[in-house]
Design a protein around this ligand. Structure first.
Ligand code: FAD
Length: 372
């Protein structure tokens, strides 16, 4: 076998690609992972300090098994590396109970979450408004609000997860090329020929996990199934004397009928600020066209529409922002498909704003689909 020939090449080493490469290396497969940047980086969908993980995922009951398995794999990675990847804080899902709240195009996200928790024996509670107010007074939920509490929910450190999986993959024999952009992938007999920075490399099988850039490899009708949508993360100052934000669980809150009528947040990690965000579904053509700046006007609108009157214990001071993007399908489902019907070349789009918590198990699922 030539030096530039591999059994499997993984194109894109973000959440999904790093998990896939780790799983291939664990099985001793001669594999190469390539990324156009140097992951973990801040230009894709996997940066910004934290990601929520929860088990009863209202996005679809079929994803519960992936979330559960990912929790096992994060624990395995922590044991192997000594690094902290997952923090269990518990999690709350709130619905204002005023207008039907639709998330990812389907109404009843709160009810579905509760149903999946019951069906799948996931430890949870439904709190009364009075119980909730006593415990979490910083979230100003109206009395009509519905409150779901989940024991196993918490947050992940995405950059640490990616770095750890890449480090372990290398230790277990995988090759990693960073600052290496795949320009084209073509089938050539029993191999795929990939053009990377002027070099030709060969692989028997390919996983294309290029996040929003996957569109570069798809034909127009397939490309149209994916929308790249800019998202902004905000770190907001905690008001003087309000120390309890550090003890909060992760939280998500749907307060109106539009998909954007949604906010979520994390406990304070530094004692000075909390990270929170909303969701936006304004489409840009391509990740390279994303506006990475956050204007003062945008920050003001965020404060007025998403913070003021909904949260307390915060100061009107935004300490930091970060721009990221979702790659969204219409029904928020993940896509894992053979490219041009060839099961040795799988393309993946596992985002729609909820992919990180599943990524460790998705990597395992992908290598099983390749027959390992
Ligand atoms: C603001 C925000 C908040 C989120 N919150 C949550 C959450 O709380 N919980 C949750 O579970 N999920 C959440 N998500 C979703 C989750 O983060 C994504 O599903 C996940 O990060 C997607 O990972 P990925 O591997 O598909 O993409 P990426 O991590 O973007 O990786 C793609 C990689 O491919 C590389 N690449 C692209 N093209 C090429 C090429 N031609 N050659 C070589 N390399 C290439 C890129 O450089 C990149 O490193 C959130 C997403 C965002 C943006």
């Amino acid at each position: 076998m030539k030096e530039s020939t591999f059994d499997v090449i993984v194109v894109g080493l973000g959440a999904v690609g790093s998990a896939t490469l780790y799983q291939l290396s664990k099985r001793g497969i001669n594999s190469l992972g390539i990324d156009q940047f140097d992951p973990p980086h801040t230009l894709g969908s996997s940066h910004g300090e934290t990601r929520i993980t929860r088990l009863a995922v209202g996005e679809g009951e079929e994803y519960v098994a992936l979330a559960k398995r990912s929790h096992e794999i994060w624990a395995e990675l922590e044991a192997l590396s000594g690094k902290k990847i997952r923090t269990k804080t518990g999690g709350i899902l709130l619905d204002s109970g005023l207008d039907p709240w639709s998330k990812h195009g389907v109404e009843g996200f709160w009810e579905r979450t509760l149903r999946y928790a019951q069906n799948q024996k996931i430890a949870h509670q439904v709190l009364t408004h009075h119980e909730f107010q006593k415990k979490y007074p910083n979230l100003l939920l109206p009395p009509s609000g519905k409150i779901y509490w989940e024991e196993e929910a918490g947050y992940l450190f995405p950059e640490v997860a990616i770095q750890t999986q890449l480090d372990l993959a290398k230790k277990q024999g995988a090759t990693v090329w960073t600052s290496s952009k795949a320009d084209s992938i073509h089938s050539q007999g029993e191999y795929f020929q990939i053009r990377v920075e002027g070099k030709e490399i060969l692989a028997k099988q390919v996983i294309l996990s290029a996040g929003g850039w996957v569109k570069d490899f798809l034909s127009l009708p397939i490309k149209k199934r994916l929308s790249v949508c800019r998202q902004v993360l905000y770190w907001i100052s905690i008001a003087e004397g309000c120390t309890d934000w550090q003890k909060y669980p992760v939280w998500m809150w749907g307060y109106g009928p539009a998909p954007e009528d949604f906010i979520y947040g994390f406990p304070s990690l530094d004692g000075k600020s909390i990270k929170m965000a909303s969701e936006s579904f304004v489409e840009v053509d391509h990740p390279d066209e994303l506006n990475r700046e956050v204007s003062e006007q945008e920050k003001e609108i965020f404060w007025v529409t998403k913070v003021d009157g909904k949260l307390r214990g915060l100061k009107k001071q935004i300490l930091k922002t970060s721009v990221c993007f979702y790659t969204v399908t219409e029904d928020a489902r993940f896509v894992i498909e053979p490219m041009n019907g060839d099961s040795n070349f799988l393309w993946v789009s596992a985002c729609s704003g909820h992919g990180f918590k599943h990524s460790a198990a998705l990597g395992e699922d992908l290598v099983k689909r390749l027959g390992y």
